[in-house]
Every structure is written in C-alpha cells, then in structure tokens.
Ligand binder design. Structure first.
Ligand code: HEC
Length: 203
C-alpha cells in the first residue's frame, strides 16, 4: 500500500513538471557537478607567491599553437611591421619539403576554401554561386587570379586565413599554423597555373 502511494505521489510530481516552463534554475538532485571549487578570471589566489590565479606557462615549455618565431604564426616580420613576402622556408622544411607541403595545401584548400573560392580559385565555388543567385553580392568570394590578389605578400594571404577579412570568416580555429602556410603555397600554385594559361591564350 505504501509503495503504491509513493508511486502515485511520484507520478503526480513528475507529470506536474512535464511541459511546465520556468525561469528558475533546474532542481538537481546530485549537485557535485554544479558546485565545484574554482577561481574566476583575475581572482586572487593566495596559494602562489604572486597570488595570481591565472598561471603563466611553465618555463621552458611551448604551448601548442605557439611558435618559436612569432612571425611564423602572424605572417609579419620579426618586428611585427611588414608582411612576410614569402612562406618561411623552415615551415616548408619541417613539413617534408615542397611537394609534400603542396599536396597537403591542396587537400586543405579543397576542404576549407573551395566551397567559396572554387577548385580553380576563380571565386565561383558553390557558396558563391548560391550567393550570386540570391543577390547577396557581398558574400561572393573574389578570384585569386585578380591582379591585386596575385601580388599580395604571402604573409597577408596567411593572415587572411587566420583572421578572416570583412565578409570572410576567420579560420584560425579550424586550420593550424602549418596548414595555413600550406594553403598559401597552394594558392600561389593555382595563381601560377592560371597565369600560364593566360599567357598561352595571349600568344
Ligand atoms: C564561406 C565562404 C568562404 C570561404 C570558405 C573562404 N573564403 Fe576567402 N573570401 C570569401 C569572401 C566572401 C571574401 C570577400 C570578403 C570581402 O571582401 O568582404 C573572401 C576574400 C578572400 C581573400 C581576399 C582578401 C583581400 O585582401 O581582399 C583571400 C586571399 C581569401 N579569401 C582566401 C581564402 C582562403 C585561402 C580560404 C581557405 C582557407 C578562404 N578564403 C575561405 C569567402 C570565403
């Protein structure tokens, strides 16, 4: 009898809650995932001599994604002033040399850039064609074979992938440093191939 009563109370409680909207925080039975000791950003932490809860990196270690040479990660020279004109040779070397690096760049390009910029780099990828059909001209990707883009420094091309530009989103989170440079090299190869074709035609 008591068990039946308990079941009834439980069923009433549960059915009473289903579908009911509330702006209150949910009632949670086991709270150990909710209440955890932690420090807020910039909060004081008496355990360490400098009392900072935000700990600096351990000396002698290099965090993932950080670079020994900062310009390899920013696309600018060591002073941070000018764009690097060319992809750092050290990056190509540590990725197995030019042909392996280019193959990697092609693969990554076709995943991340071709949907908008197209396989040939003329800017007529599927997304651009769709944008064009809908009249969203601001979302049409430019052609890499434009004179201006043929002449921007490698570092600027690299930074476009990393930071995005105007209507183009940033790819810093999806594409790591070396792959960004590999894509730069592949875009350069695409530009050269098109140039060869143009020269053929103009003969
Ligand atoms: C979602 C679509 C989309 C993807 C994916 C995309 N782009 Fe773009 N890209 C654009 C658009 C749109 C612009 C023009 C942005 C503007 O001018 O507002 C652009 C502009 C550029 C430019 C010209 C920058 C300048 O200085 O004017 C470069 C270079 C470029 N993209 C490279 C890349 C590379 C390399 C990739 C792959 C990692 C890539 N994009 C992926 C849409 C895209």
């Amino acid at each position: 009898m008591r068990a039946r009563f308990a079941t009834l109370v439980f069923a009433t409680l549960v059915s009473g809650c289903i579908g009911a909207e509330s702006s209150e925080p949910p009632i949670v039975g086991i709270r150990n995932m909710y209440n955890q000791p932690r420090y807020d950003t910039q909060e004081r932490q008496p355990f360490f001599p400098d009392q900072r809860s935000m700990r600096p990196g351990v000396e002698g270690t290099i965090p993932r994604e950080s670079e020994k040479f900062i310009h390899w990660a920013t696309g600018r020279d060591a002073k941070g002033e000018n764009w690097l004109m060319e992809t750092p040779a050290g990056i190509v070397q540590r990725n197995g040399g030019t042909s392996v690096f280019l193959a990697r760049g092609k693969e990554r390009y076709e995943i991340y850039c071709a949907p908008c910029h197209s396989l040939a780099g003329d800017g007529m990828g599927m997304v651009s064609r769709r944008a064009s059909a809908l009249g969203a001209t601001g979302l049409i990707a430019p052609s890499f074979h434009d004179d201006r883009l043929r002449h921007i420094p490698d570092g600027q091309l690299y930074a476009t992938i990393k930071n995005g530009v105007r209507n183009m989103p940033a790819y810093a989170h999806n594409i790591p440093v070396d792959d960004r440079w590999a894509i730069v090299e592949y875009v350069r190869a695409l530009q050269l191939s098109q140039l060869a074709e143009n020269t053929e035609q103009s003969k």
